[in-house]
Design a protein around this ligand. Structure first.
Ligand code: MRU
Length: 334
């Protein structure tokens, strides 16, 4: 894995040979972003299959069930993690194998398939979304949704990238995304390499720029989209959506179908991860706030569907009413 905690200063890689360390890496945000942790969880399962000491297939499945629970607990909000693990368990439980080795090989191949598919889906989402970007647009973008947050290319950042590749002139305002600074550290690092112009703004400046008329469209990713379209994404997304509506700026969510959770009826049922108060007290190790000052640190929030103009998926742009359109389009296309 690229150690995302070290960017933009150093590009370092970490290798894992124990699935429990993969779970810890997901929790600690060495790797982060919904589709990226879905793929990391799948590779964690493949690793567990090779770690299992079991010589019989039943024992291997039991080992994988425990590994799945441990990996799944590492972060609760992004549905892609559970989706990746469930997909791996489905492959493991297939009745076509005659040896432990065959199951292991099938799991490694499935993890690689999940990774490869993710790249292809992002490129398709990019093309669909780029149609919404006019030449000269300024896009407001939150958190990091690029190659780092996926396997490659990106979701919301993939749309920006596709518009740039289509030779449209596009520039970005990047919210810094406190407290982990994914926008300032990671999205800026990616756009710098892609030569797409950007400016980092404090999270609290988004309304100022929208009201000035500088923002043409807001693009964000998602960690889980409920059946009715309510969307969990990096904390601060809800504020942006409300501000976008107030200022008549279109607000789009960009997410692959693996992020759409038709089993969850509304945003109310989406679990929101609370992270350590130390992320707020001591961002990147430097103490801002004394330890005895109480702090709360929700990592995500829910944007009600009424603020969302459309959800850009690999199948195209899905318009409201999402409760009808999401299941219809997803089931038809799959
Ligand atoms: O806490 P993070 O950095 O994992 O949160 C990531 C986000 O909220 C992204 O916007 C989301 O996963 C979509 S990324 C393609």
């Amino acid at each position: 894995m690229i150690d995302q905690r070290q960017l933009p200063w150093t590009l370092t890689h970490i290798e894992y040979d124990d699935y429990r360390d993969v779970a810890q890496a997901i929790h600690d945000m060495v790797v982060r972003g919904a589709p990226a942790i879905g793929a990391a969880g799948a590779f964690g399962m493949a690793l567990a299959a090779y770690q299992s000491p079991s010589m019989d297939m039943g024992g291997l499945i039991e080992f994988l069930e425990v590994a799945g629970l441990i990996l799944n607990k590492s972060r609760p909000t992004a549905v892609n993690l559970a989706w990746g693990i469930n997909r791996m368990m489905k492959v493991a439980r297939d009745d076509v194998y005659s040896s432990v080795k065959e199951i292991r090989d099938a799991l490694l191949a499935e993890a690689q398939r999940i990774a490869d598919e993710d790249v292809a889906l992002n490129q398709r989402m990019g093309k669909h979304g780029a149609a919404l970007i006019n030449d000269g647009f300024c896009v407001l973008h939150h958190c990091n949704t690029g190659a780092l947050a996926t396997v490659d290319y990106g979701t919301a950042l993939g749309v920006i990238r596709a518009a740039h590749e289509a030779k449209k002139s596009v520039r970005c305002l990047l919210t810094e995304t406190r407290p982990r600074m994914q926008g300032a550290r990671l999205t800026a690092w990616e756009l710098d390499q892609l030569h797409i112009p950007f400016e980092i703004i404090p999270d609290s400046a988004a309304g100022y720029y929208m009201r000035k008329g500088e923002v043409d469209i807001v693009l964000v990713g998602a960690d889980r989209v409920a059946l009715n379209g309510d969307t969990a994404n990096k904390v601060g997304t809800y504020m942006l959506a409300v501000l976008a509506k107030e200022n008549r700026v279109p607000f789009y969510v960009v997410a692959p179908s693996s992020t759409i959770d038709l089993e969850t009826a509304t945003g109310e049922q989406i679990p929101i991860e609370e992270r350590s108060p130390d992320e707020v007290r001591k961002p990147y190790g430097s103490a801002l706030i004394p330890d005895h000052f109480p702090v709360r640190n929700p990592s995500f929030d829910i944007t009600p569907q009424k603020y969302i103009a459309g959800i850009i998926t690999e199948f195209g742009v899905i318009a409201p009413p999402f409760k009808e359109n999401l299941p219809q389009i997803l089931k038809r296309k799959k």
